[in-house]
Design a protein around this ligand. Sequence first.
Ligand code: PMP
Length: 424
Amino acid sequence: MDDWQRFEREHVWHPYASMLQPVPAYAVHRAEGAWLELEDGRRLIDGMASWWCAIHGYHVPELNAALRAQSERMAHVMFGGLTHRPAAELAQRLLSITPGDMQYVFFADSGSVSVEVALKMALQYWQAQGQTQKHRFLTIRHGYHGDTFGAMSVCDPVSGMHHLFASFLPQQLFADAPTAQCDAEWDEAQIASFRQQIEAHHHTLAAVILEPIVQGAGGMRIYAPEFLRQVRRLCDDYDVLLIIDEIATGFGRTGCMFAAEHADVAPDILCVGKALTGGYMTLAATLTTGRVCQGIHADGAGVLMHGPTFMANPLACAVAGASIDLLLASPWQARVRHIEQRLREGLEPYRAHAAVHDVRVLGAIGVLEMTRPVDVARVQQRLVARGVWLRPFGRLLYTMPPYILDDAQLDQLIAAMGSVLDDV
Ligand code: PMP
């Protein structure tokens, strides 16, 4: 281990980790295509796309060029009172590809912050209408929306961090999540708990917030589009705004550009992030409709009360614009469909293994839910020995690879997932 690695291990925190008993962190030297190259020269196929982000893989010529060109002009300027072409052009692209009738864009610096902004938009909307009693949020169990406090308050109350911060967190409302099976026959009972909550509490609800079709970090659950359609209808019936969090699912991951399209549902407020910059930089956005925007200003004085220092960072906006262009110019739908088919064929046979509880696939997402928690350090070590990078959590061994993975890489990934089942 080099000196810098020893220093890093002793002084630098990793996500959801103990500083005193750290699990090993593998040192990456460079990355190209779907490969991560470690400091010791080993090469790993990336099955995680750096947590849903690196949809085009790494060291992408078009994105490098956009970043280089923008850095020659300016890396950053404040967005208060100043503006720039990369932000305007990115907003234009986003409004043209997002579902529903989005007309206004707020650039945030991470997914969690974009969720905070979405919550604020909903709260300010009702405040400006004089309906200050509408200040709570309804969501479904097993959700995940980020690690800041507002976002945490709408994460799953059991698997989220509520127990640690209960005394500080705003109390929200939770309905049962639909079953984790996209293609199961629709049963009205699935919406019963949600219906009951919205009927009982709509007069105090500012908005419903949920992840469309795929619940990610709260359990990698895939649910029926009909659930989302009914949620939209109930929100309309009871005059509650609908916030759709496409931070993980956006930009083609589920086979549609945005997962809400599976249900043909339009949000009132939409969050995007992660793959927005093709995994190059941190950037997210909160988009909304004319109705919500005008509503926020209805009292004549309304200004949206948020303004991060690095709002609409020009480097991030330029690379995001290039990433969307690259995605739209690529056969992304065919690629994602192909990955889906191969994941289905490759992972489905593992269902027969005694350690496997469920197998779920949608788009470029493949999930093995095990019967017991995965020993992350041990399983990761075995996967790395087989040339594959995955980061299991809880009972889940899953992949959401870059879309550019070739068949040989995909097969190696699927085989590696199968090879560790006996260890789990
Ligand atoms: N919403 C969803 C659905 C997410 O998956 C995540 C990140 N895993 C977030 C919000 C938070 O995004 P960030 O980590 O960029 O703050």
